[in-house]
Design a protein around this ligand. Structure first.
Ligand code: SF4
Length: 382
């Protein structure tokens, strides 16, 4: 079994120091250069890869879990979630037979909850369609909820050493620099070209290690800012370095258009200490999770009357005058949300709307909720 070691900060040896080629073109078109590139990258990976719980590959199921968790999430954040998730759902059968709420509760705080719901739906489909045996074909994986070209390729190459290329944020940046590709790296044309290079450079064997090596180099050496070219094992192939453009490539991405939003959360309490929560429906931001009553109201024109009317419309419950608890600011995808939190006492329970429920503080602790909802629940702890 391979024993990965921590990344070294030793400078590369003199003979690996890059020399500027006579032309600014990259040096990866020749078969001999591609062979050298693969060998140098794999050698580096086997010496310098970070030891992570999913290395070497722990098999199809655990590789699948790690790949889904790592989407848009830092390695350090994922590690405790990965361990907890596998302890609670050690195989596809246990995941498929779990309640969705338990899967979401285990995922709570990791964000992008759609991933957890799709993981759960995919596990159920695997049990239904494949008798609980994880598929081993690319097309079978791509047909599962939440699995795209990158994830299917990563799972099968890492767990089974199948020959599939991958492209994600780290490899996108790394390849863009190696090839000195200017322009928006997230554009369709740029990505098409990078996918074809990711396939071209793939070795015949050790594809899983090769793909992981590309990602590892992108995340630890060819970093977004200040790439450490002096430590780079493939520096001699890098056109960006040869042209002195490693800091400016890849080109700027299309900036995210952030949207400011104002929202209001109301904690409705009964005399017995129970609070009112609502399960977010399909198509809502936190589908499947529970939340206090959340209203989209303009803070500048907000009145107690409008707030009470909003609570009644959403829940069927009449409340007394609201008291402000706190103002929280948080971001969800491209939304920048300012959330005013209020508490209000129940005056008349009335006819409750579907999806709304009274829970004790202990029951609330077991429900899957968003990070901000958990924050609010701490504000009302006795
Ligand atoms: S030489 Fe520098 S810019 Fe080029 S791939 Fe290596 S770290 Fe990235």
């Amino acid at each position: 079994m391979r024993e990965p070691v921590a990344a070294s900060d030793r400078p590369i040896r003199e003979r690996h120091r890059p020399r500027a080629p006579a032309t600014p073109a990259h040096r990866l078109t020749e078969a001999a250069d591609q062979r050298h590139f693969r060998a140098a990258l794999l050698r580096w990976y086997r010496r310098h890869a970070r030891p992570l719980p999913w290395r070497p590959s722990p098999g199809l199921y655990a590789t699948w879990i790690s790949e889904v968790m790592l989407q848009q999430t830092q390695v350090a954040t994922v590690i405790p979630y990965y361990r907890r998730f596998l302890a609670q759902f050690p195989d596809v059968q246990s995941l498929a037979s779990a309640q969705e709420a338990d899967v979401l509760r285990c995922w709570e705080g990791l964000g992008y909850y759609r991933r957890a719901r799709q993981l759960h739906a995919a596990a159920r489909r695997i049990v239904r369609d494949y008798e609980g045996l994880l598929p081993t074909r690319f097309d079978q994986w791509c047909a599962l909820p939440g699995i795209g070209r990158y994830t299917a390729g990563a799972i099968l190459s890492i767990a089974l050493d199948q020959r599939h290329p991958i492209l994600e944020a780290n490899t996108q940046r790394l390849l863009s620099r190696l090839l000195a590709l200017a322009g928006d790296p997230t554009s369709a044309a740029h990505r098409r070209l990078l996918w074809s290079w990711a396939a071209l450079l793939l070795p015949r064997r050790a594809c899983g290690d090769f793909n992981q090596a590309l990602m590892e180099l992108g995340s630890t050496v060819c970093t977004p800012r200040a790439p450490q070219c002096a430590r780079c094992p493939v520096a001699r192939h890098c056109a960006a370095l040869a042209q002195g453009r490693q800091a400016e490539l890849p080109g700027p991405q299309t900036p995210v258009a952030y949207v400011e939003r104002q929202e209001v959360a109301v904690v409705v309490r009964r005399a017995d200490g129970r609070v009112l929560v609502r399960q977010c429906g399909e198509g809502e931001r936190w589908a499947g999770l529970w939340d206090f009553l959340r209203l989209r109201l303009d803070h500048d024109t907000l009145t107690a009357r409008a707030l009470c009317a909003g609570v009644h419309a959403l829940s069927g419950v009449r409340v007394g005058p609201p008291r402000e608890l706190a103002v929280l600011r948080h971001g969800v995808t491209r939304h920048r949300i300012t959330l005013r939190c209020y508490a209000a006492d129940c005056r008349r329970a009335g006819r409750r709307r579907a999806g709304v429920q009274w829970v004790t503080p202990a029951e609330l602790g077991r429900l899957p909720v968003s990070v901000t909802t958990r924050q609010i629940s701490r504000l009302i702890e006795p």
